[in-house]
Write a protein that binds this ligand. Structure first.
Ligand SMILES: *Cc1c(COP(=O)(O)O)cnc(C)c1O
Length: 403
């Protein structure tokens, strides 16, 4: 239904008692709809914590950490209040100073964490196939000030871990992964979370494993683990005298209960996201002007997001026109991630005309369109979305021809 055919009368004209009965005129498909664990499973876990009034610093966070460490196959997991705070504390705990190289094609929290840690962000380009950080471009941007490289497993697609590690070794810097999208991903048979000096997952509602809010830092470094436990607790672990500039970035017991219960849904969510991605692939593969993210042989993505890149030279419709066309039919989309960081107001100053350009990032970011993907998304809706995309592209084709 178009905007023009919507009733003009606003809700304010309706009797107050009935406003909540009004069904929306336009049926809009939500972009994201988290699937939470059954309340009974959360209740069962949280009940004791609540009864004993131990709702922070209790057993559930410790249990959640142990279950995650085991699942990922690492020595340590430190639960924190968010992925952003986890990245900040990790960099602080390693006492990093100077520059950090990170992709420009990511969510801005990656760059914000660097700024909060007092590091200068240096943006590197991404690869044209996986859309992840390009190791060769990272190497070109290494200086004597480089303290760390942050890779982002974009939408859950594992980074080129080995090549990034070899750049980090020759640059003698740390290697960190912002794994916000990638809880459940695997690279060459090893779980994401086991790479670099540390990795950080996010548990906020747009990700697969949801704990309301929260982050998980995974590492095999026992010294870092101890520092992180101090860092999330104001910087003080034993003495009433902080050893470092920490934060209160603890996870509450309730968030841990949600996380533990949510772990049980991971296998079916992963399977479902991969199935939906395969359906999109199958239905859109042949469309002229669309490009797809490559998941390399032997890797497993969570497909936290499923995105296509609209190539303005080959498609008859640009990304924004396609998004508008989908919205007309009630399908909400997102531009993950546009604009890229180096074009955002607080990061602009860190990328000047003197720096090496970021052509792949700019091309992908200006054409990227993320389509709905979540556990309860039906096969019919995926088909309808693809039909709508094809209609959009083909109608525009005809117009072009008749001009
Ligand atoms: C969501 C996200 C974050 C932030 O995670 P929070 O837990 O909300 O702090 C960081 N990086 C990327 C790439 C993200 O998508």
């Amino acid at each position: 239904m178009s905007i023009n055919s919507m009733p003009r009368r606003g809700a304010s004209h309706l009797p107050i008692a009935s406003t909540k009965d009004v069904t929306p005129v336009t049926k809009k498909l939500r972009f994201i709809k988290p699937t939470l664990p059954p309340w009974t499973s959360v209740d069962l876990l949280y009940r004791n914590a609540y009864r004993s009034a131990l709702i922070t610093n209790g057993e559930l966070v410790a249990r959640f950490e142990a279950e995650v460490a085991e699942r990922v196959g690492v020595k340590h997991c430190v639960a924190v209040s968010s992925c952003t705070s986890g990245l900040m504390l990790g960099m602080k705990a390693m006492d990093l100073k100077g520059e950090v190289i990170l992709p420009s094609f990511t969510f801005f929290a990656t760059g914000l964490a660097a700024l909060w840690s007092g590091l200068k962000p240096v943006f590197a380009d991404c690869l044209p196939d996986t859309w992840n950080l390009d190791p060769a471009d990272v190497r070109r941007r290494v200086t004597s000030k480089t303290a760390a490289i942050i890779g982002v497993h974009l939408y859950g697609n594992p980074c080129d871990v080995e090549r990034l590690a070899s750049v980090a070794v020759s640059a003698r810097c740390k290697l960190i992964f912002d794994s916000a999208h990638a809880f459940g991903s695997a690279h060459r048979g090893a779980a994401v979370g086991s790479f670099g000096d540390f990795e950080v997952f996010s548990l906020s509602p747009t990700k697969l494993l949801v704990a309301g809010e929260g982050g998980l830092i995974t590492t095999n470094d026992s010294t870092l683990d101890r520092r992180l436990r101090a860092a999330r607790n104001y910087g003080a672990l034993v003495h009433y005298d902080p050893e470092m500039q920490g934060l209160n970035a603890r996870m509450s017991e309730f968030n841990a209960a949600l996380g533990i219960a949510g772990l049980k849904l991971m296998e079916s969510k992963l399977e479902r996201h991969n199935l939906i991605a395969a359906r999109y692939d199958g239905l859109l593969r042949e469309e002229r002007g669309l490009q797809f993210q490559v998941i390399r042989e032997g890797d497993l993505s969570t497909y936290k997001d499923y995105s296509v890149v609209v190539d303005p030279l080959k498609a008859s419709l640009d990304r924004d026109a396609l998004a508008a066309h989908l919205l007309q039919d009630g399908y909400e989309t997102k531009k993950y991630f546009y604009p890229p960081l180096h074009q955002q107001q607080i990061f602009k100053e860190f990328h000047s005309g003197r720096d090496l350009p970021l052509p792949v990032t700019e091309r992908i970011s200006s054409g990227v369109l993320s389509l709905p993907i979540y556990y309860s998304l039906s096969r019919t809706i995926v088909r309808d979305i693809c039909q709508c995309i094809r209609r959009g592209l083909r109608t525009a084709d005809r117009k072009e021809i008749s001009q």
